[in-house]
Design a protein around this ligand. Structure first.
Ligand SMILES: Cc1ncc(COP(=O)(O)O)c(C=O)c1O
Length: 288
């Protein structure tokens, strides 16, 4: 997974974007890629949405030009509000080719002229989610009180326990992320097999709901990682995607039972030992 040998020196304005922790496999990419890519002439966007809920991130030590975070992943509420942090100097290099409401100082339609707002305001199209935003301040206060980043010690232990249990089922569990705790977070992606056949992820997701477990199924908004993990032959997948109306079951049938989605368990600040035990019991019941 080390892209650095392939990362050529940038020839023009270039952006290197990567997740500090993958939302698919939980793998944590080295943060020194940031300085490395900058040294090759790139601006760097670090997607820290899955990383900061359990880790402290120093922008002095990791001087990414842009960092994306998502508040509900840190403290559960509010959804729909995140932040894209940008260094002033990096922000000044951005040029927009379009604009939306709230991002201009003035606009004259008849004269076909407008002037953009400066700084971050020039990028915030539309009405911000202002009714939800006060909750962010409360969330950050609470986050400091409970020392959110320190949770990774407890969550590493829980993740290790879960991985150990999954490994015990051998080929009845197909895991997609790193098997040990080096360079991984508390996101665990897998599929289950019964009698040698993959259990459709939707079935596992639905049955988990009945015992109060929220397991996410699908490709987790990361189609690239999913296709690679599921090892789809590109031509075959293309033919299946172009054939008639799309549905997950049809796509699965066309790929002759290959995985078309996975299950993802994200352990977080609210997860207890009992939750993991319930998950393990549920998987045991499914794989038989
Ligand atoms: C690394 C990463 N980036 C981005 C996202 C998407 O964030 P949001 O749900 O706030 O759009 C996720 C969600 O799982 C994620 O883990």
């Amino acid at each position: 997974l080390d892209p650095q040998p392939h990362l050529q020196t940038a020839v023009g304005p270039s952006l290197f974007a990567f997740p500090a922790q993958s939302n698919f496999s939980g793998v944590q990419h080295p943060l020194d890629w940031v300085r490395d890519a900058q040294g090759r002439g790139y601006r760097v966007l670090l997607d820290a949405a899955a990383y900061v809920p359990t880790h402290r991130l120093s922008l002095r030590q990791v001087p990414a030009d842009f960092v994306a975070i998502s508040f509900y992943k840190m403290f559960g509420y509010p959804t729909g509000v995140g932040a894209l942090l940008g260094r002033h100097e990096a922000m000044r290099t951005l040029r927009r080719r379009f604009f939306g409401g709230g991002t201009v100082q003035f606009v004259s339609v008849q004269n076909r002229v407008e002037r953009r707002k400066t700084g971050s305001e020039g990028f915030e199209d539309g009405t911000p989610s202002f009714l939800a935003m006060p909750a962010v301040c409360d969330g950050i206060r609470w986050w400091r009180e409970v020392n959110g980043p320190a949770t990774h010690v407890r969550l590493s232990q829980l993740t290790a326990d879960l991985l150990a249990r999954l490994t015990m089922w051998e080929d009845r569990v197909v895991e997609y992320g790193p098997r040990d705790l080096s360079a991984r977070g508390a996101t665990v992606a897998f599929n289950l097999r019964r009698n040698g056949l993959l259990i459709p992820y939707e079935e596992v997701e639905a049955s988990a709901r009945t015992v109060g477990l929220a397991i996410r199924g699908g490709c987790f908004c990361n189609p690239g990682a999913a296709e690679r993990a599921f090892n789809h032959a590109p031509r075959r997948a293309r033919a299946c995607l172009q054939r008639g109306p799309f549905s997950i079951p049809r796509f699965r049938t066309c790929l002759q039972g290959a995985a078309v989605g996975a299950l993802r368990v994200s352990l977080g600040i609210a997860t207890s030992d009992a939750d993991v035990a319930r998950l393990v019991d549920h998987i045991a019941a499914l794989v038989g």
